[in-house]
Structure formats: structure tokens, C-alpha cells
Design a protein around this ligand. Sequence first.
Ligand code: PNS
Length: 163
Amino acid sequence: MRRTSAIYPGTFDPLTNGHLDIIERSSRLFERVVVAILVNPEKDPLFTAEERRDLIRASIEKMAKNVEVDVFEGLLAEYARRRSAKVIIRGIRAVSDYEYELQMALANRRLQPEIETLFMLPAERYSYLSSRLVREIAQHAGSIRGLVPRPVEKALLKRFKRA
Ligand code: PNS
């Protein structure tokens, strides 16, 4: 798989240490990993796509140089085709993630049959972690230390006016 490009898509509002763990693991498997942030006009995100992009870039600074961060709109399968990626990576935490992921993977396969979805497991200690949980904790002044990379922690503290 070393000579293959992979896309790691998501909302990343914001990036968590679980996401970062998947980025690190996949960067060891693939020649190139594109972290692709969805701009979803129907959602009202905490951070703009550009803010999310900059936070991910700042968080992966010390990581392997084969990771790129991009923003996309529209269909993921079409974006993956445009980027000549053969693999879509999705992190799975618990069985409850599976149903939605299965639906999405099969829809993407129908749209682009030659692109494979690869499910990866984050480290056990992050298996309960989600962006929604992090947003909620931060919003109610709980500690998010250790749940998100430092740049994200700082941005959340600032957003909720605690720094
Ligand atoms: O981090 P998320 O919110 O679980 O990521 C979901 C994402 C962005 C991967 C998914 O919503 C997506 O790919 N959206 C793009 C639209 C699309 O391609 N839909 C058809 C496949 S279900």
C-alpha cells in the first residue's frame, strides 16, 4: 500500500486526539494521506473550514511529511477520484459506528467502484472520543486536556472565552 494515496475525510469540528491517532497510523501505511475537511452548508460548525484546516495543520506539524490537509465540498467519492486516491480511510470506534459507516462505504463504492474504504481502529484510550463530546465539555468549562491536540485546546479555550 506504500505507493498509494489515501483520503481521510471528516468534519473535524474540531480535530481530536482520536483523529490524530488515525492520521498517524495511516501515514505509516500510505505514500500520501490527504486529510479532507467537508464544507457542509447544512451544518453550522463551531469552526470554519479554514479554521479547522489551520488547526489540523498546526497539530500535525511534527508528524510525517506525507500528510496534506485540504477542504472539499460535494461528494466524497468524486473528490477522491479527482485526487487520484484509491483508498478512503474511516476510523471506527464502537459497533454503533458501523451501521452508518457501512451505508456510507457502500454508497461510495457504488459511485466509484475502484475506490476502497478502509476501516481503522484508534488507540483504545480514544475509543469513546468524538468532536461532539469535546465541544460539549469545552462549552461547559470542563477540561479537554489530553483529548485534543494543544492548538485545538487553545482555540477551544479562546472560543469559549476562557483564555
Ligand atoms: O466526521 P464525519 O462527520 O463523520 O464525516 C462524514 C463525511 C464528511 C465523511 C461524510 O459526511 C461525507 O463524505 N460527506 C460528503 C457527501 C457524500 O459524499 N455523501 C455520500 C456518501 S454517504
